[in-house]
Write a protein of this length. Structure first.
Length: 329
């Protein structure tokens, strides 16, 4: 499904079968010499077909566009090899490139899952069923990849696009911003109607990386920009971006308070905390979550627990390889 948003901007709705996100918004920005496609969908036939149809309907030749990948998740970068072809360039941050530059196989990229599963108290699982691994991109040549840094700018027809590093939802995540047109492409940093999933991307035990803390700081970073409209990677466009940022910050503040209430005076591991939190997944409760839902939910709980440890509110202890959290005072 293709939607023309304005004269030089299209959205291709890329179905994500079986995924609660339902669809990825792939944006196509038209320039004079080159065009730019923002995010691709999973590496699977349904997504390939939707992208092919969309690109054909918009009427841009295969060799006329470059790609920009917001972050490492496979629903965003799965089709990098297929779409970059021989000469099309791929703009992405350094960490994101690990998914498809051959230096860091997906088994390694998702290797931290094992530590997360064991240390949170989840039962061992076959990680091949994770959609991020199942639909991961194939390797592309280093020559196709252009590593971007915070504040780098590219010009494309009437677009003057600035890359804005917004780490948190992933170890590196980049938004795209046109200051003059006051348009933001937010990837998964800011979504409407759903809160972007936060997790841990390293062993939870003594994790030094407070990704939720970085995520919240990067919401503030975006809040400082003048934005008329935000185009996210899933769901609808956002008109009141600053209002939505406020809602996301409130959500996490409530989550942190509810976790402190769940812990009370006891000691709990990640799974015990996650199983007592409130989840909004198509009316399902923890008891009927499948193992992948439990993995996502536990990751979300851990990102908040690690944040509270980094803030000095909680302490962590290791018993039999599982990390337990409790209040410091
Ligand atoms: Zn994502
Ligand atoms: Zn996504």
């Amino acid at each position: 499904m293709v939607e023309q948003i304005n004269k030089d901007l299209y959205r291709i709705g890329v179905p994500l079968p079986g995924n609660p996100l339902k669809e990825l918004n792939s944006y196509v920005l038209l320039g004079k010499k080159r065009n730019l496609i923002v995010d691709t969908g999973f590496n699977m036939p349904t997504c390939k077909e939707a992208m092919n149809k969309g690109i054909m309907e918009i009427g841009i030749p295969q060799n006329s566009f470059d790609l920009f990948i917001t972050h490492v998740h496979s629903d965003h970068c799965g089709l990098v090899k297929y779409l970059s072809g021989v000469n099309n360039k791929v703009y992405c941050s350094n960490y994101t490139s690990y998914a498809f530059n051959g230096s860091y196989g997906n088994k390694v990229l998702y290797g931290y899952f094992n530590d997360m599963v064991v240390q949170s108290g989840l039962p061992m699982m076959e990680l091949d069923i994770h959609p991020g691994i199942q639909y991961a991109p194939e390797t592309i040549g280093e020559d196709n990849i252009i590593i971007i840094r915070d504040k780098d700018v590219i010009n494309l027809g009437d677009w003057k696009l600035q890359f804005i590093m917004t780490t948190g939802h992933a170890p590196e995540h980049v938004c795209l911003y046109d200051k003059k047109r006051k348009i933001l492409f937010s990837g998964d940093h800011i979504l409407d109607g759903i809160t972007p999933n936060n997790t841990v991307w390293s062993s939870p035990w003594r994790s030094k990386k407070d990704l939720l803390g970085e995520y919240l700081a990067n919401l503030d970073k975006i809040d400082k920009l003048e934005i008329d409209v935000t185009y996210p990677a899933h769901r609808n466009k956002i008109i009141d971006t600053h209002g939505r940022i406020g809602e996301l910050k409130d959500h996490h503040a409530k989550r942190l308070n509810s976790i402190l209430a769940i812990l009370g005076k006891s000691k709990m591991n990640g799974v015990e905390v996650a199983s007592k939190m409130q989840w909004d997944l198509r009316g399902q409760t923890w008891g009927n979550f499948n193992i992948i839902h439990k993995l996502f939910a536990t990751g979300e709980a851990l990102s908040h627990l690690v944040h509270l440890v980094c803030l000095g509110v909680l302490k962590e202890e290791l018993y039999d390889g599982i990390v337990y959290y409790s209040k410091l005072n």
